[in-house]
Design a protein around this ligand. Structure first.
Ligand SMILES: *Cc1c(COP(=O)(O)O)cnc(C)c1O
Length: 360
C-alpha cells in the first residue's frame, strides 16, 4: 500500500522512494495554499454541493471558478466538469452526434469512449500523422471535428498543432484539444496551444485539475455558443452532482498559484530537457518526448519490470507501463518529473539510470 503520495517521496511498505510516477507535476497537491482554500470553501459551503448545477448545486465559487478559467484560457466562457474522463465523454457525446470525428490513434481512452458514445462516424489517424489526417479530411463532406491530446500521456510528445489548425481552416473542421498534461506547465500554465501561439484557432479547450494543478475535476473552455449548448446538452454535466466545495476551492487556488508562479512550468520543462539529454547520451530510447513525461522504451515486459526493480534499489520509483496501455513491444518506464526536484534528486536519477544502462 502507498502513503504520503502527494509529496516528492512515495512511501512503499515503510520505505521512501523518490516518486517519478505521479502526475502531481508541480507538487501542488500538497500545497498549503491549495489546502487552505479547500478548507475555507468547506467551512463556508459544507462538504457536498448537494445537487446538480442546474438544480441547486451552483454555489457562487463555481461561477467564480468558471470566469477565472475563461480569463486564464482567453475564451468567452468555461464550464467545469466532474473529471477529465467525464468532460471528454460528455463533450464528444454532445458535439459529435452528426459529425465525422478525426482522432489521433494515441488519444486518451476518454476521448475514444466519448466518440463511441456519440455514435458518430470516426477515423483514427496514425499518431501525429498529418498527411493521413489530410487524406481522411478530404474524403468527408459532413461536419468535421478533429480531436487530439496536446501532450500525449504515455509518450510525452506533442501533437503538431500548427499543422492541425491549418488543416482545420482549409477543411472547415472544428478543433478540440485535450490539455490534461500541458495545463499548468506549458505557455505560462495556459497550455501547449497557448505556447504554440494557436490558442485562438482552437474551438474547444479541455483540461484537467487532476494533474499539474494538484486537485480534481476538469474544464472546457470555448465560445459562449458552445458552452451554452453544453449546459443544456452535456449529459455528464446535467445528470451529476456538482463537484464538492473543497475541490472548487482548491481549483481556484491552483489557477491563482500558477498565474503567480509562471516560472514553475518553465523550470520543470528545463529539468526535463536536462534528464532527457542525459538518458539519450546513455543510449536509452526516449521517443519524441518534449515534456515532463519521458518514456524509456525497453520493449519487453521482462526488461521493464527488471528495470523498475533495479531503480527501486537505487531509491527511485518509476511506473512500468505495459500493453494494453501501450502498443505491443513498446513496454516502457514512464518517468514523470516534478518541478521541485533539486540538484541532489537529479544526480540520484542520473546515477540510477547510468547504473541501469550498464546492467540491462
Ligand atoms: C488523465 C487524463 C484524462 C482524464 O482526466 P481525469 O481527471 O483523471 O478523469 C483525460 N485526458 C487525458 C489526456 C488524460 O491524461
Amino acid at each position: 500500500s502507498i502513503s504520503a503520495h502527494a509529496k516528492k517521496y512515495i512511501n512503499l511498505n515503510g520505505s521512501n522512494y523518490l516518486n517519478l510516477s505521479s502526475n502531481n507535476y508541480l507538487g501542488l497537491a500538497d500545497s498549503a495554499y491549495l489546502k487552505q482554500s479547500a478548507i475555507s470553501a468547506i467551512e463556508k459551503f459544507g462538504c457536498s454541493s448537494c445537487a446538480s448545477r442546474l438544480v441547486s448545486g451552483n454555489f457562487e465559487i463555481y461561477n467564480e471558478l468558471e470566469s477565472t478559467i475563461a480569463q486564464f484560457k482567453h475564451t468567452q466562457k468555461a464550464l467545469v466538469l466532474n473529471a477529465g474522463y467525464v468532460a471528454n465523454l460528455t463533450l464528444l457525446q454532445a458535439l459529435a452526434k452528426d459529425a465525422v470525428v478525426f482522432s489521433d490513434k494515441l488519444n486518451h481512452a476518454s476521448i475514444v469512449d466519448g466518440i463511441l458514445l456519440s455514435r458518430a462516424k470516426f477515423h483514427r489517424y496514425a499518431h501525429c500523422d498529418i498527411e493521413m489526417l489530410e487524406k481522411l479530411l478530404k474524403k468527408e463532406t459532413a461536419n468535421k471535428i478533429i480531436v487530439t491530446d496536446t501532450i500525449f500521456s504515455m509518450d510525452g510528445d506533442a501533437a503538431p498543432l500548427k499543422e492541425i489548425v491549418s488543416l482545420a481552416k482549409h477543411y472547415d473542421a472544428f478543433v478540440i484539444v485535450d490539455e490534461a498534461h500541458a495545463t499548468g506547465i506549458f505557455g505560462e500554465g495556459r497550455g501547449y496551444a497557448y505556447q504554440k501561439g494557436v490558442s485562438r484557432d482552437i474551438d474547444c479547450h479541455m483540461g484537467t485539475f487532476s494533474k499539474a494543478l494538484g486537485s480534481f475535476g476538469a474544464y472546457i473552455a470555448s465560445s459562449e455558443l458552445v458552452i451554452d449548448y453544453l449546459i443544456n446538452n452535456a449529459r455528464g454535466f446535467i445528470f451529476s452532482t456538482a463537484l464538492p466545495p473543497a475541490v472548487i476551492g482548491a481549483n481556484l487556488a491552483s489557477i491563482d498559484y500558477v498565474l503567480k508562479n509562471p516560472q514553475l512550468g518553465k523550470n520543470l520543462l528545463s529539468i526535463s530537457e536536462n534528464i532527457r539529454q542525459y538518458l539519450k547520451k546513455l543510449g536509452f530510447d526516449v521517443g519524441n518526448s518534449v515534456s515532463q513525461i519521458i518514456p524509456v522504451i525497453l520493449k519487453t515486459n521482462e526488461a521493464v519490470l527488471k528495470a523498475q526493480k533495479l531503480l527501486i534499489t537505487k531509491g527511485i520509483f518509476v511506473g512500468a507501463i505495459r500493453p494494453p496501455t501501450v502498443p505491443k513491444n513498446t513496454s516502457r518506464l514512464r518517468i514523470s518529473l516534478r518541478a521541485d526536484l533539486d540538484e541532489n534528486d537529479l544526480e540520484l536519477i542520473k546515477d540510477a539510470f547510468a547504473y541501469l544502462g550498464n546492467i540491462l
